[in-house]
Design a protein. Structure first.
Length: 202
Protein backbone atom coordinates (compact mmCIF):
# COMPACT_ATOMS: atom_id res chain seq x y z
CA UNK A 1 0.00 0.00 0.00
CA UNK A 2 1.55 3.30 -1.12
CA UNK A 3 1.13 6.18 1.30
CA UNK A 4 1.77 9.89 1.31
CA UNK A 5 2.24 11.16 4.84
CA UNK A 6 1.42 14.64 6.12
CA UNK A 7 2.72 15.36 9.61
CA UNK A 8 2.31 18.30 11.97
CA UNK A 9 4.40 19.07 15.04
CA UNK A 10 2.58 21.44 17.37
CA UNK A 11 3.94 23.63 20.13
CA UNK A 12 1.20 23.36 22.78
CA UNK A 13 2.47 26.43 24.62
CA UNK A 14 2.93 24.49 27.85
CA UNK A 15 5.54 22.07 29.14
CA UNK A 16 5.14 18.51 27.88
CA UNK A 17 5.12 16.07 30.82
CA UNK A 18 7.97 13.59 30.95
CA UNK A 19 5.42 10.75 30.96
CA UNK A 20 4.04 11.95 27.63
CA UNK A 21 7.51 12.37 26.14
CA UNK A 22 8.28 8.78 27.14
CA UNK A 23 5.36 7.67 24.95
CA UNK A 24 5.75 9.80 21.83
CA UNK A 25 9.32 11.03 22.13
CA UNK A 26 8.56 14.74 21.71
CA UNK A 27 10.19 17.01 24.26
CA UNK A 28 9.15 20.51 25.27
CA UNK A 29 12.33 21.94 23.74
CA UNK A 30 11.71 20.24 20.40
CA UNK A 31 8.09 21.36 20.30
CA UNK A 32 9.06 24.96 21.04
CA UNK A 33 11.86 24.98 18.48
CA UNK A 34 10.19 23.14 15.60
CA UNK A 35 6.47 23.13 16.39
CA UNK A 36 3.71 25.12 14.74
CA UNK A 37 1.29 27.31 16.62
CA UNK A 38 -1.88 25.41 17.60
CA UNK A 39 -4.14 27.66 15.52
CA UNK A 40 -2.09 27.14 12.34
CA UNK A 41 -1.86 23.38 12.88
CA UNK A 42 -5.57 23.01 13.62
CA UNK A 43 -6.44 25.01 10.51
CA UNK A 44 -4.16 22.94 8.26
CA UNK A 45 -5.36 19.61 9.66
CA UNK A 46 -9.02 20.57 9.34
CA UNK A 47 -8.49 21.84 5.79
CA UNK A 48 -6.73 18.60 4.82
CA UNK A 49 -9.63 16.50 6.11
CA UNK A 50 -12.22 18.72 4.44
CA UNK A 51 -10.36 18.49 1.13
CA UNK A 52 -10.54 14.71 1.37
CA UNK A 53 -14.27 14.75 2.09
CA UNK A 54 -14.91 17.25 -0.69
CA UNK A 55 -13.16 14.88 -3.09
CA UNK A 56 -15.27 11.94 -1.87
CA UNK A 57 -12.33 10.34 -0.07
CA UNK A 58 -13.18 8.71 3.29
CA UNK A 59 -11.19 9.55 6.39
CA UNK A 60 -9.93 6.53 8.32
CA UNK A 61 -9.58 7.14 12.04
CA UNK A 62 -9.13 4.63 14.83
CA UNK A 63 -11.66 5.48 17.55
CA UNK A 64 -12.77 8.42 15.43
CA UNK A 65 -15.19 9.77 18.02
CA UNK A 66 -12.23 10.82 20.15
CA UNK A 67 -9.98 12.39 17.51
CA UNK A 68 -12.69 14.16 15.54
CA UNK A 69 -14.32 15.51 18.69
CA UNK A 70 -10.99 16.90 19.91
CA UNK A 71 -10.39 18.48 16.50
CA UNK A 72 -13.86 20.01 16.46
CA UNK A 73 -13.35 21.54 19.89
CA UNK A 74 -9.95 22.90 18.88
CA UNK A 75 -11.49 24.41 15.73
CA UNK A 76 -14.06 26.14 17.90
CA UNK A 77 -11.47 27.29 20.42
CA UNK A 78 -9.29 28.85 17.71
CA UNK A 79 -12.22 30.10 15.60
CA UNK A 80 -11.32 27.87 12.66
CA UNK A 81 -14.21 27.19 10.30
CA UNK A 82 -13.68 24.35 7.86
CA UNK A 83 -16.70 22.12 7.44
CA UNK A 84 -16.99 20.76 10.94
CA UNK A 85 -18.93 18.94 12.28
CA UNK A 86 -17.85 15.96 10.20
CA UNK A 87 -18.63 16.58 6.55
CA UNK A 88 -18.09 13.20 4.94
CA UNK A 89 -17.62 9.46 5.26
CA UNK A 90 -15.48 8.11 8.08
CA UNK A 91 -14.13 4.58 8.38
CA UNK A 92 -13.37 3.54 11.95
CA UNK A 93 -11.77 0.08 12.26
CA UNK A 94 -12.38 0.18 16.03
CA UNK A 95 -16.15 0.45 15.56
CA UNK A 96 -16.28 -2.00 12.65
CA UNK A 97 -14.20 -4.65 14.42
CA UNK A 98 -16.44 -4.53 17.49
CA UNK A 99 -19.41 -5.27 15.25
CA UNK A 100 -18.02 -7.99 12.99
CA UNK A 101 -16.23 -9.85 15.80
CA UNK A 102 -18.30 -8.96 18.88
CA UNK A 103 -17.29 -11.81 21.13
CA UNK A 104 -13.54 -11.91 20.57
CA UNK A 105 -11.74 -11.67 23.90
CA UNK A 106 -8.84 -9.38 24.60
CA UNK A 107 -7.99 -5.74 24.04
CA UNK A 108 -9.16 -3.68 21.09
CA UNK A 109 -6.29 -1.20 21.06
CA UNK A 110 -4.64 -0.36 17.75
CA UNK A 111 -1.62 -2.45 18.74
CA UNK A 112 -3.81 -5.45 19.61
CA UNK A 113 -5.81 -5.15 16.41
CA UNK A 114 -2.66 -4.89 14.31
CA UNK A 115 -1.55 -8.18 15.85
CA UNK A 116 -4.96 -9.77 15.26
CA UNK A 117 -5.16 -8.70 11.61
CA UNK A 118 -1.44 -9.25 10.99
CA UNK A 119 -0.71 -5.63 10.20
CA UNK A 120 2.76 -4.24 10.84
CA UNK A 121 2.74 -1.29 13.25
CA UNK A 122 6.01 0.49 12.66
CA UNK A 123 6.54 3.03 15.42
CA UNK A 124 3.67 2.66 17.89
CA UNK A 125 2.44 5.99 19.33
CA UNK A 126 3.96 7.91 16.43
CA UNK A 127 0.94 9.67 14.93
CA UNK A 128 1.89 9.01 11.31
CA UNK A 129 2.64 5.32 11.93
CA UNK A 130 -0.62 4.93 13.85
CA UNK A 131 -2.60 6.56 11.04
CA UNK A 132 -1.08 4.32 8.38
CA UNK A 133 -1.66 1.25 10.54
CA UNK A 134 -5.31 2.20 11.07
CA UNK A 135 -5.78 2.36 7.31
CA UNK A 136 -4.18 -1.03 6.86
CA UNK A 137 -6.34 -2.55 9.61
CA UNK A 138 -9.44 -1.17 7.89
CA UNK A 139 -8.29 -2.75 4.63
CA UNK A 140 -7.60 -6.08 6.39
CA UNK A 141 -11.09 -6.07 7.93
CA UNK A 142 -12.63 -5.51 4.51
CA UNK A 143 -10.63 -8.44 3.11
CA UNK A 144 -11.80 -10.73 5.89
CA UNK A 145 -15.46 -9.64 5.99
CA UNK A 146 -17.10 -9.40 2.55
CA UNK A 147 -20.23 -7.86 4.07
CA UNK A 148 -18.13 -4.82 4.99
CA UNK A 149 -16.31 -4.63 1.67
CA UNK A 150 -19.63 -4.84 -0.17
CA UNK A 151 -21.01 -1.65 1.37
CA UNK A 152 -20.81 1.72 -0.29
CA UNK A 153 -19.02 4.44 1.67
CA UNK A 154 -22.34 6.04 2.59
CA UNK A 155 -23.78 2.69 3.70
CA UNK A 156 -20.71 1.87 5.78
CA UNK A 157 -20.73 5.29 7.44
CA UNK A 158 -24.41 4.98 8.41
CA UNK A 159 -23.89 1.41 9.57
CA UNK A 160 -21.15 2.55 11.93
CA UNK A 161 -23.43 5.26 13.31
CA UNK A 162 -25.94 2.54 14.19
CA UNK A 163 -23.40 0.05 15.51
CA UNK A 164 -21.85 2.61 17.83
CA UNK A 165 -25.26 3.82 19.04
CA UNK A 166 -26.41 0.26 19.77
CA UNK A 167 -23.23 -0.63 21.63
CA UNK A 168 -23.26 2.51 23.74
CA UNK A 169 -26.97 2.10 24.50
CA UNK A 170 -26.29 -1.43 25.73
CA UNK A 171 -23.34 -0.17 27.78
CA UNK A 172 -25.48 2.53 29.39
CA UNK A 173 -28.10 -0.07 30.30
CA UNK A 174 -25.39 -2.21 31.91
CA UNK A 175 -24.14 0.75 33.94
CA UNK A 176 -27.66 1.50 35.17
CA UNK A 177 -28.17 -2.13 36.19
CA UNK A 178 -24.98 -2.03 38.23
CA UNK A 179 -25.79 1.32 39.82
CA UNK A 180 -23.03 3.23 38.02
CA UNK A 181 -23.30 6.69 36.43
CA UNK A 182 -23.88 6.96 32.69
CA UNK A 183 -22.68 10.55 32.29
CA UNK A 184 -19.71 9.59 30.11
CA UNK A 185 -21.71 7.48 27.67
CA UNK A 186 -22.37 9.08 24.29
CA UNK A 187 -24.25 7.37 21.47
CA UNK A 188 -23.16 9.90 18.82
CA UNK A 189 -20.54 8.93 16.23
CA UNK A 190 -18.17 9.92 14.67
CA UNK A 191 -18.20 13.07 16.76
CA UNK A 192 -19.69 13.99 20.11
CA UNK A 193 -22.17 16.88 19.87
CA UNK A 194 -21.01 20.27 21.03
CA UNK A 195 -22.89 21.55 24.08
CA UNK A 196 -22.29 25.24 24.88
CA UNK A 197 -21.15 25.85 28.43
CA UNK A 198 -24.29 27.80 29.29
CA UNK A 199 -26.55 24.95 28.15
CA UNK A 200 -24.44 22.35 29.96
CA UNK A 201 -24.80 24.18 33.26
CA UNK A 202 -28.60 24.44 33.10
Amino acid sequence: MDTTVHEWLVDPGVDIPAEATAVHGITTDRAREDGMSPVDAVREIAEELCRAWSAGVPVVAFNAAYDLTVLDRECRRHDVSCGFPVAGPVIDPYVIDREVDKYRRGKRTLTAMCEHYRVTLGDAHNAAADAVAAGRVAWAIAQRYPQVAGMSLAELHEAQVGWHRERQTDFAAYLRRTGKPTDGVCTAWPQRPFIPAAAASE
